[in-house]
Write a protein that binds this ligand. Structure first.
Ligand SMILES: C[S@@+](CC[C@H](N)C(=O)[O-])C[C@H]1O[C@@H](n2cnc3c(N)ncnc32)[C@H](O)[C@@H]1O
Length: 254
């Protein structure tokens, strides 16, 4: 059986275990051509690195791309169902260079100075992110890179106004409202509801990273950084109603 067929068969087998909206996400990311992910990784210089961390791996499509371009991948997430699915899908894709395990980015199960690169795509806005940035800094080897994408206000505004993919198990308007509460609550008491995210502005993200000691190699809307001239595809809107949507930052530990 061809790899693509094995992946489709695995997706079909996994479907009954997930809410429809959650599973639509899995199908979307696994039917997006791998070349799109590979191109983004080339654009940010995540190629020919040694050990790479896929922090908050979700269904594992980035892990596959990272394993194609680098020596070895450690993939962690806190969602047991997604970990099971990621593991099965990576096996179906014949990927042996990625290991999937439970782990929080706030307390990652690795020693300091372990990684040459860390990717956290659409993850840290649902975590105590300044602490997570400090953890990433410690986990990286000197000259190691971290690449993060996070949500600005525009992302939640769109969720509130358009309520995309609303359905059982997925209430975008509640997620948006919760994100506003989370933002205030985290700023005031470092507490938040991890079922949604919070707003992180580009300015706050950059300031925190620089205060930790990171050098900023690139920052902008999702997909804006292009160190290799490969014109990566943006996955999300950089702006919505004049507000920052999904934005990214590429960091280096000196
Ligand atoms: C929007 S999904 C993105 C998944 C994947 N990075 C991608 O781009 O498809 C966010 C993921 O972060 C995971 N996550 C949330 N909090 C986490 C934490 N503290 N540690 C590790 N993963 C976390 C969620 O379980 C979820 O799979």
């Amino acid at each position: 059986m061809k790899t693509d067929e094995k992946i489709q068969e695995t997706l079909a087998r996994l479907r009954p275990y997930f809410h429809a909206a959650d599973f639509a996400f899995a199908e979307r990311v696994w039917t997006t051509p791998q070349e799109v992910y590979l191109n983004r990784l080339r654009a940010i210089g995540f190629e020919n690195q040694g050990i790479v961390l896929d922090a908050g791996c979700g269904y594992g499509q980035w892990s596959l791309a990272l394993a194609t371009l680098n020596d070895r991948v450690e993939a962690i997430d806190v969602h047991a169902g997604r970990l099971m699915a990621a593991d099965a899908l990576l096996k179906a894709a014949n990927c042996h260079a990625a290991r999937v395990q439970y782990g929080s980015v706030a307390e990652p199960p690795f020693e300091a100075n372990t990684f040459d690169a860390i990717l956290a795509y659409s993850v840290v806005h649902a975590t105590p992110w300044p602490q997570v940035l400090r953890r990433f800094y410690a986990l990286l080897r000197p000259r190691g890179r971290a690449y993060l994408t996070v949500n600005g206000l525009g992302w939640y505004l769109r969720y509130f106004i358009e309520a995309p993919r609303s359905g059982p198990g997925h209430d975008p308007r509640w997620l948006a409202a919760c994100a506003l509460m989370n933002t205030v609550s985290f700023e005031d008491h470092q507490r938040f509801d991890p079922r949604s995210g919070m707003i992180i502005t580009p300015e706050a993200l950059r300031a925190e990273a620089e205060a930790i000691g990171f050098k900023v190699l690139g920052a902008g809307a999702d997909g804006a950084t292009d160190l290799a001239g490969v014109a990566p595809r943006a996955f999300f809107q950089g702006e919505y109603h004049g507000q920052v949507g999904v934005h990214e930052i590429l960091l280096e530990r000196p």
